[in-house]
Design a protein around this ligand. Structure first.
Ligand code: PHE
Length: 469
């Protein structure tokens, strides 16, 4: 089997931060964060999400970069190798497996949603929304998702784009794209923020986002907030591990992780501050679900001068942001396949691209011809009934399974591995022994992150209520 010790490295730490930020910032920030915040009632959800980023996300982000840089392999071989290095069970590679599968499943539906964003580029550019109200805009969204052929067409194009970059090798395409992309995305968000501030119900939007009302959040909402902290930071599945494996030895992991998390969080919060003022000013539904940004952002552009131009640009940039995330979702699987079967990058890309595309059809159809296929699951304990899934579509189930279960579980195991299983001296070789940051990180990783993930899991399953009764 070929060893990848000679793997090429990022040209600098700055490029690593850019690439990891490119992975982190995507549909999760701009599409998913506002939509699940709306569904889960706002402020309390946002607060739990922020706490999770801080206390669980950043420490695990550091741990995952560390594993990647030390192992310099795909997640499966990386964990196998690092477990052996510290004299631990080879079964740790199963954690790598779970990550590779999670990335595969996430990409399958991620590509469908990225397809929606692509469909909006011509909508915007044609000027069909200009001067239109939210009724027309809602209708347009509904007619898009009810057409299986349109969704599959865009999903296909997006998968092609993703696998094209992957087949060329991530580094070459990525470095340049991200350097321009991230600043553009951010500037456009600021333009939108300016609009929301002037024309939206700004203070109502802000209070929805930032004044927590804990009666509005359920145990399941808390689980979603935690799951989203993992999703948005691309954590728990090996994407960051693979990117970390290209990180030069002398770069600081701590400050890289803090920058990535900071930027990712700011983008999400600004997206929320753009969207909710528009929602409230136009009498729209905060809990509109996955269509939320597609029903609100066009309203802003339809009323703005230059909206056709800025609106098209916004969705183009959103597609790019999704693109830089999607390649990181499948890169672990590609590196693994190349290594395992000694196939070329090109072949590995074609095989995986086709498989992900096929699974993605299920999500595309779950908005139309398969919308009747739903799943409900709840757990009844003597402490009450705990709803796990309620009339969930195939898309909802895939999302729940990956973000709420697989990513946090992956993150939990990464924390346990680095904090408890890896030899101390190896950890010290990777992370600088700062007198405050190092012990704080160890504490969070050893005790806080694992306990928090377990408590949130048990809470959502009703186990906690059962015990405390
Ligand atoms: N973080 C990406 C986003 O927010 C999604 C993602 C999840 C990417 C997991 C890689 C791994 O859009």
């Amino acid at each position: 089997m070929q060893k990848k010790s000679l793997q090429s490295l990022w040209s600098s730490r700055f490029i690593f931060i850019l690439a990891a930020t490119g992975s982190a910032v995507g549909l999760g920030n701009i599409w998913k964060f506002p939509y699940i915040t709306g569904v889960n009632g706002g402020g309390a959800f946002v607060l739990v999400y922020l706490l999770c980023v801080l206390a669980i996300g950043i420490p695990i982000l550091m741990a995952e970069i560390l594993l990647g840089r030390r192992g310099r392999k795909d997640p499966i071989n990386c964990l196998k190798y690092l477990a052996a290095e510290s004299g631990k069970s080879p079964l740790w590679k199963l954690l790598g497996w779970m990550g590779v599968i999670a990335g595969f499943l996430i990409l399958s539906y991620y590509s469908v949603i990225a397809g929606w964003a692509m469909a909006y580029v011509p909508y915007m550019a044609s000027g069909m929304f200009s001067g239109q109200g939210s009724d027309f805009i809602n209708q347009q969204f509904d007619s898009l998702v009810s057409s299986p052929t349109t969704l599959v067409a865009w999903h296909t194009i997006f998968m092609f784009m993703t696998m094209f970059v992957i087949s060329k090798g991530v580094r070459r395409g990525l470095e340049n794209a991200i350097k321009y992309l991230m600043p553009t995305l951010f500037i456009l968000l600021l333009v939108l923020l300016f609009y929301s501030y002037n024309y939206g119900a700004f203070s109502q939007g802000l209070s929805f986002l930032f004044s927590p009302d804990f009666s509005k959040i359920s145990s399941d909402g808390i689980l979603s907030a935690m799951g989203h902290a993992f999703f948005t930071l691309s954590l728990g599945m090996g994407a960051i591990m693979v990117y970390g494996s290209y990180l030069p030895k002398d770069a600081s992991i701590t400050s890289s992780a803090i920058w990535i998390a900071l930027f990712d969080t700011i983008v999400a919060l600004v997206a929320g501050m753009v969207i909710f003022p528009i929602v409230f000013a136009n009498g729209l539904e905060a809990a509109a679900g996955p269509g939320l940004i597609f029903k609100t952002i066009p309203v802003a552009f339809s009323q703005m001068s230059g909206g056709t131009f800025f609106g098209s640009l916004f969705f183009i940039v959103l597609v790019f942001a999704a693109w830089t995330s999607s390649i990181s979702l499948i890169e672990p699987a590609v590196v693994w396949l190349m290594d395992k079967f000694s196939v070329t990058r090109f072949k590995a890309s074609i095989i995986l691209g086709f498989l992900v595309w096929s699974v993605g059809l299920l999500s595309a159809f779950s908005f139309n011809i398969l919308s009747e296929v739903t799943f409900s699951q709840s757990i009844v304990t003597s402490a009450g009934e705990f709803v796990i899934l309620k009339d969930a579509s195939i898309f909802d189930v895939l999302d729940y399974l990956t973000s709420n279960i697989m990513l946090p579980l992956g993150g939990l195991l990464i924390a346990l591995f680095v904090a408890w299983k890896m030899k101390k001296e190896y950890v010290h070789q990777e992370i600088a022994a700062h007198p405050i940051i190092f012990p704080a990180w160890q504490f969070l990783l050893k005790f806080v992150a694992p306990t928090a993930v377990l408590i949130v899991f048990m809470n959502a399953l009703g186990i906690l209520a059962f015990i405390m009764k």
